[in-house]
Design a protein around this ligand. Structure first.
Ligand code: SAM
Ligand code: SF4
Ligand code: FES
Length: 360
C-alpha cells in the first residue's frame, strides 16, 4: 500500500497530517518500521542525539480524585498513603543533582495535603540547588499555578488523558473536561513549558480518538508530550479491561514526533512495563527524554498506578547507571543541559532558549 508510505513521507517533510491520514497510519501495521525510522530521523534532526534525564520524585500518593484507571484513586483503600516532608523532598532533589540530573519532576496525587506555602518553600529551595523544576500535581486554580511559577517552577505536566469528552467524563467522576482545558490554558498563559499527553488503549477509545489526541497536542503546541499504554489495575473499576498495547503506544508517539518535531517526548515507564526494552525502543522511535525514578525505598512500591511498574525494587543510584548504560549502548549520550524546548520556529525563540540556559 504505497499510500501509507506517502503519508509517512508527507509527515516527515511537512510535519502535518489530516485526521484521516493519522487514522490510516494507526490502522495499518505493515509499514511500522518505516514510521519508526522516520520519527527517529526527525528526532535526530530537530532535537539531536542527546537524551535529557529528568529525576522523578513521587512525593505523595494521597489523591482526592477517582480516575477510573489509576491505582492512587481515592476510593482505592488498598493503598497505604504517604506524604514526604518538604525537607525530605528537597533532600531527594539534592541527591538527584548528585546523579547529574538537571531537572527534577515533582509528581503526586491531586490533593491539598501540602499548603501553597509548603510548595513554594519546596520549589524555592530546589531552585536554589540550580535545578530546573517540572511540576505534575494535577488540577489547581490559576492563582496556585501562578504562585508556583513565581516561586521558580519551569514546567508543568498535565495529561489531557483523552480528548474525547465523553470518554473523559466516563473515566473522571467529579471532574470536568472543560476544567482540564482551562488548566492547560492557564499553564500556557503563565509561561510554563507545557506538557500534556494521553493514555493509549482506554475503554471505547478508537483510532479516531487517538488521531484527535495527536492533533490536539499540535494545536496546543505542547512543549512536552508524555504518553503511554493504559495498564489495567486490579484495584480499580477498570480491572477487567484489556488495556493498551505497546505497539499502538509507540506508533502514537512516533506520529506525535513527526507532527511536533521539536517537542520533548519521554520514553515512558509504562512503555517499559509492557516491553522490557520499551524505553530504548521508544528512544529509537522518536523519544528524547527519560524520567528515571529518584524516589527511595518503600515509597516506590506505594506509588503504584498500575501493576508491574518497573524499578520498584531498585535504588536511584542503580537506575542512573542502568539507564545511562542503555542509552550509551544505542550510541546516544546524556545531555548536560537543562533541555528546555528548542523551538525551531522562530529565531527569537532560540535566543530565548539560550538566555534561559544561561540564566539557570
Ligand atoms: N495526579 C496527577 C495527574 O493526574 O495529573 C499526577 C500523577 S498521575 C499518577 C500521572 C499519570 O499517571 C496520569 O496522567 C495518568 O496518565 C497515568 N496513569 C494513571 N493510571 C495509569 C494506568 N493504570 N496505566 C497507565 N498510566 C496511568
Ligand atoms: Fe489522582 Fe492523578 Fe491518579 Fe487521577 S491520575 S487518581 S488525579 S493520581
Ligand atoms: Fe531503574 Fe533500570 S532504570 S533499574
Amino acid at each position: 500500500m504505497a499510500k501509507i508510505v506517502d503519508i509517512i513521507n508527507k509527515a516527515e517533510t511537512t510535519h502535518s497530517l489530516t485526521k484521516e491520514e493519522i487514522v490510516d497510519l494507526l490502522r495499518c501495521d505493515e509499514y511500522d518500521q518505516q514510521l519508526f525510522l522516520a520519527a527517529d530521523r526527525v528526532r535526530s534532526q530537530y532535537v539531536g542525539d542527546q537524551v535529557h534525564l529528568r529525576g522523578l520524585i513521587e512525593f505523595s500518593n494521597i489523591c482526592q480524585q477517582n480516575c477510573f484507571y489509576c491505582g492512587l484513586r481515592k476510593e482505592n483503600t488498598k493503598v497505604k498513603r504517604y506524604k514526604l516532608t518538604p525537607d525530605t523532598i528537597i533532600d531527594l532533589a539534592d541527591k538527584a543533582k548528585s546523579y547529574n540530573y538537571k531537572t527534577v519532576v515533582l509528581q503526586s496525587g491531586e490533593s491539598q495535603s501540602y499548603t501553597v506555602a509548603d510548595m513554594q518553600y519546596i520549589i524555592r529551595s530546589i531552585k536554589a540547588l540550580g535545578l530546573a523544576i517540572t511540576l505534575s500535581l494535577g488540577e489547581k486554580s490559576r492563582d496556585e499555578y501562578q504562585f508556583y511559577k513565581e516561586a521558580g517552577a519551569d514546567r508543568y505536566l498535565l495529561r489531557i488523558e483523552t480528548t474525547n469528552s465523553r470518554i473523559y467524563k466516563e473515566l473522571h467522576p467529579g471532574m470536568s473536561f472543560e476544567n482540564r482545558l482551562r488548566c492547560l490554558q492557564d499553564l500556557k498563559d503563565l509561561g510554563y513549558e507545557l506538557g500534556t499527553g494521553c493514555l493509549v488503549g482506554l475503554p471505547n477509545q478508537t483510532m479516531e480518538c487517538l488521531a484527535d489526541d495527536i492533533l490536539f497536542f499540535k494545536s496546543l503546541d505542547a512543549d512536552m508530550i508524555g504518553l503511554g499504554p493504559f495498564i489495567p489495575n486490579a484495584d480499580t473499576p477498570l480491572a477487567q479491561e484489556r488495556g493498551g498495547t505497546f505497539n499502538t503506544s509507540i506508533k502514537v508517539m512516533a506520529i506525535t514526533r513527526l507532527l511536533l518535531p521539536d517537542a520533548n517526548i519521554p520514553a515512558t515507564t509504562a512503555m517499559e512495563t509492557l516491553d522490557k526494552n520499551g524505553r530504548i525502543i521508544a528512544l529509537q522511535s522518536g523519544a528524547n527524554v527519560v524520567m528515571p525514578n529518584v524516589t527511595e525505598g518503600e515509597y516506590r512500591k506505594m506509588y503504584m498506578l498500575y501493576p508491574g511498574k518497573i524499578c520498584v525494587n531498585d535504588t536511584p543510584k542503580h537506575c542512573v547507571s542502568c539507564i545511562t548504560g542503555k542509552i550509551q549502548g544505542i550510541g546516544r549520550h546524556i545531555s548536560t543541559e537543562f533541555g528546555f524546548r528548542q523551538s525551531k520556529k522562530l529565531t527569537n525563540n532560540l535566543q530565548e532558549y539560550a538566555e534561559k540556559e544561561r540564566n539557570m
